[in-house]
Design a protein around this ligand. Structure first.
Ligand SMILES: [Zn+2]
Length: 84
């Protein structure tokens, strides 16, 4: 990969420090070194976002629902037997 001189447009050999045509310093236009800091890789360390679709439900509410449906069932059965 040639180093193109920003001044005169001369294509210099890869790694050239000076332009072979006009002699300016080419170090600032040299391709980045492979030892340069790597680009930030996507991190898999972050935990997944907390699902917010499930609203928090108090255990007491669950119990109340169970008791309520239980009473409904009892009422239903009592109705079947025509309790007096
Ligand atoms: Zn040049």
């Amino acid at each position: 990969m040639a180093v193109v001189c920003p001044e005169c447009g001369e294509h210099n050999p890869d790694g050239a420090k000076l332009c072979g045509m006009c002699g300016i310093v080419l170090s600032h236009v040299a391709p980045p070194s492979p030892h340069a800091s790597p680009p930030p890789a996507p991190s898999s360390y972050f935990p997944p976002p907390r699902p917010a679709a499930t609203p928090y439900r108090e255990p007491a509410a669950e119990i109340a629902d169970n008791v309520s449906s239980g009473l409904d069932a009892i009422s239903f059965i009592a109705g079947l037997f025509g309790g007096d």
